[in-house]
Design a protein around this ligand. Structure first.
Ligand code: HEM
Ligand code: HEM
Length: 180
């Protein structure tokens, strides 16, 4: 499996980063919503001890991914046969996903730093956990969560549409570097 992409197939590095990101994002959305709604402080602390490192991993992975595409790899060409507006929409959704992922990670880190939650959860500082609503980055974190859900609905919906209705190679070439 070639590590770099060709004009018609994604390479193994791009595929690996894509699916690792997808698993982490699903874990982040679930743990974030559960943490937000947790009435028991101990449960909330446990969820946030998982949520924060996953979010920081996403930031590192996304920065690596940008460097990978920028310096070492080139995206395959669009498959062809799609209206130009669909190719443009797909590209716009991909760019927005990058922006929202970085924005979510940055606002999450901002919440932790400003509220002192990082020291309480990971540094042994005495609790209780702060009310995150009192800190400004909570606002973009909440808006970003909704935006991400909307973008993912479009992104995953389009992937399934291509796979099951158009029956083209869109999903196949993001799954295996040898499929075209
Ligand atoms: C791409 C990365 C991230 C995603 C997708 C994400 C997602 C979410 C979601 C969906 C929520 C629930 C929001 C709501 O229901 O309004 C949430 C809450 C939260 N996130 Fe993140 N998050 C990310 C990164 C981070 C990071 C890196 C940190 C901290 C270092 C963090 C700290 C928090 C905290 C403290 C809450 C709970 C706020 C509350 O209880 O009001 N997040 N996150
Ligand atoms: C859950 C978080 C996800 C994120 C953040 C995400 C993000 C992205 C991004 C940014 C790209 C462009 C390629 C790149 O820059 O590496 C991409 C491509 C792709 N994604 Fe996702 N994705 C996610 C989940 C999924 C899922 C669950 C599916 C399938 C059901 C999927 C199917 C695809 C396909 C088929 C492509 C290739 C599109 C093309 O060749 O034009 N993605 N994804």
């Amino acid at each position: 499996m070639p590590s770099r992409s060709s004009t018609d197939a994604y390479g193994s590095v791009a595929i690996g980063i894509h699916w690792l990101t997808a698993v982490l994002i699903i874990g982040l959305l679930a743990s974030g919503v559960l943490a937000e709604g947790a009435a028991d402080p101990a449960t909330k602390a446990t969820l946030l001890r998982l949520h924060a490192p996953m979010g920081i991993s996403i930031l590192v992975l996304t920065l690596l991914r940008i460097v990978w595409w920028w310096r070492f790899d080139t995206k395959p060409l669009p498959l062809g046969g799609n209206p130009a507006w669909q190719d443009m929409l797909a590209k716009a959704v991909h760019v927005l996903l990058y922006i929202v992922m970085i924005g979510m990670a940055a606002s999450g880190i901002g919440m932790f730093v400003l509220s002192g939650a990082g020291d309480i959860l990971f540094g042994g500082a005495p609790g209780p956990l702060p009310d995150f609503d009192n800190f400004v980055p909570r606002v973009p974190h909440g808006i970003g969560a909704k935006l991400m859900l909307a973008l993912l609905a479009l992104h995953i919906g389009a992937a399934l549409f291509h796979h099951f209705v158009r029956r083209d190679a869109t999903l196949g070439r993001m799954w295996s570097a040898s499929s075209k």
